[in-house]
Design a protein around this ligand. Structure first.
Ligand code: APR
Ligand code: PHB
Length: 400
């Protein structure tokens, strides 16, 4: 089999890239390890920057998002039992964010790909990338008991943190940067009305909490928990009781509880692989970088990688300019590191790092620094503008 671009992974990165390339008449095939339903069952984030919503509309999959998504003009930070509004639209001169679940983004992209009858191999196994440093790379994989070889010009590694693409780059040719946080997020979905119109990020002595939503009837809540914690330790009642303890009093009073329909714990990590390109292999999204969810950047950084790769491949195939592929990693990494730093900063300001045992004084000192940081940046408009500019997302960079 032959295609122009082989895409590994049918998560948001792979599906969005495939849709944009197809719009340009660039042939692509997606090879995905899991079944489509399994991918849709993964509960992920829900805040989209304007850059991403514009990209989804360009890809022709923005109609349901525009109908069902919620435009948010602000978010709240709550600490010391006070609530500070970060007025995103006012402070940035008009930028907002869209609340629309990643699951719905993925569903819209999957349905569009299927409607366009584009080739996607779900439930593939033993995916191996070959000759990525040559002009004739190829992918071998198995599916439905058959072995396949897909020859291509380029490979987009959209296969997430645990995928096969990043390890295809020899260790001697890549450098990985990582910070693992000493806590995780316990998240629940419930078919209950959101407790507040805007998202609230809460810092308390008991730990971080967050209120979000998926619609007017479906809420998403999070609690900071120790890395050693397990989902089975948390009954619904335990979760609601602890959430109320961490919410500002006037918010806790309004909380409507109910049975949870999803409950999971996710670790928090900052991770970047440099470079994001090796020959004709391009790492995209979670395959190249991971952020703690406190800045709502994971999906949005994946989108900006996709935007850059789409621009590059369009220039390669439409203008015959192959040299521009060497801009990919540098352009992506500039925006990735901004997103990494903002996500680390928000995580550091809003979580309780407690004591790390052996060196509790250091942890407590760090905690005082970050409490001061939170007070300083929320106490004045210039500081709130710094938060707002990064939360709505920095501009996408064009090719030179
Ligand atoms: N072969 C084929 N597919 C694979 C392989 C493999 N060896 N390994 C992983 N995959 C698939 C996974 O099953 C998944 O569907 O690649 C896809 C990667 O999707 P994501 O992990 O969602 O990564 P990405 O598309 O970059 O989206 C980033 O997802 O995890 C969230 O917080 C993250 O919001 C961010 C977004
Ligand atoms: C979510 O709605 O799941 C969400 C929103 C904002 C974040 C993280 C998660 O920063």
């Amino acid at each position: 089999m032959k295609t122009q671009v082989a895409i590994i992974g049918a998560g948001p990165s792979g599906l969005l890239l495939g849709q944009l390339l197809s719009k340009q008449g660039i042939d692509n095939v997606i090879i995905e390890r899991a079944a489509g339903d399994y991918i849709l069952g993964r509960i992920r984030a829900g805040v989209l920057e304007q850059g991403m919503t514009d990209l989804l509309r360009e890809a022709g999959v923005g109609e349901r998002m525009d109908r069902e998504g919620q435009i948010h003009t602000g978010v709240e930070l709550a600490f010391n039992n006070k609530r500070v509004k970060i007025e995103l639209e006012k402070l940035t001169g008009g930028s907002t964010v869209m609340v629309y679940g990643q699951t719905e983004v993925t569903r819209d992209l999957m349905e569009a790909r299927s409607a366009a009858d584009l080739t996607t191999y779900y439930e593939s196994s033993n995916v191996v990338l070959h000759d990525v440093k040559t002009d004739s790379p190829y992918v071998t994989f198995e599916q439905g008991g058959e072995e396949y070889r897909l020859d291509c010009d380029y490979i987009a590694g959209c296969d997430g943190f645990h995928g096969v693409s990043r390890p295809t780059i020899p260790e001697s040719s890549r450098k990985e940067f990582e910070r693992v946080y000493p806590f995780g997020w316990l998240g629940v979905l419930s078919d209950t009305p959101p407790v507040n119109d805007e998202l609230i990020y809460c810092k308390t002595d008991r730990g971080f909490a967050m209120t979000s939503m998926r619609s007017a009837t479906r809420s998403r809540y999070y609690l900071q928990v120790p890395l050693t914690d397990k989902v089975e330790n948390w009954s619904d009642d335990d979760f609601w009781t602890e959430l109320k303890r961490r919410l500002p009093d006037d918010v806790a009073e309004k909380l409507i509880t109910g049975p949870t329909i999803e409950k999971s714990i996710a670790p928090l990590r900052s991770f970047v692989c440099e470079p994001m390109q090796y020959g004709n292999l391009f790492l995209v999204g979670d395959a190249a970088h991971i952020v703690p969810p406190t800045g709502a950047k994971g999906l949005n950084l994946a989108a900006s990688d996709v935007a850059t790769l789409n621009k590059i491949l369009t220039r390669v195939y439409k203008d015959g300019d192959k040299a521009c592929i060497n801009q990919y990693s540098e352009i992506c990494l500039r925006r990735v590191w901004h997103g990494e730093r903002f996500s680390w900063w928000m995580t550091s300001m809003l979580h309780d790092f407690g004591d790390d045992g052996a060196n509790s004084t250091d942890a407590e000192t760090y905690g005082r620094f970050m409490s001061s940081e939170l007070n300083f940046y929320t106490d004045n408009e210039a500081g709130r503008r710094v938060i707002a500019m990064q939360y709505v997302g920095l501009p996408y960079e064009d090719l030179s």
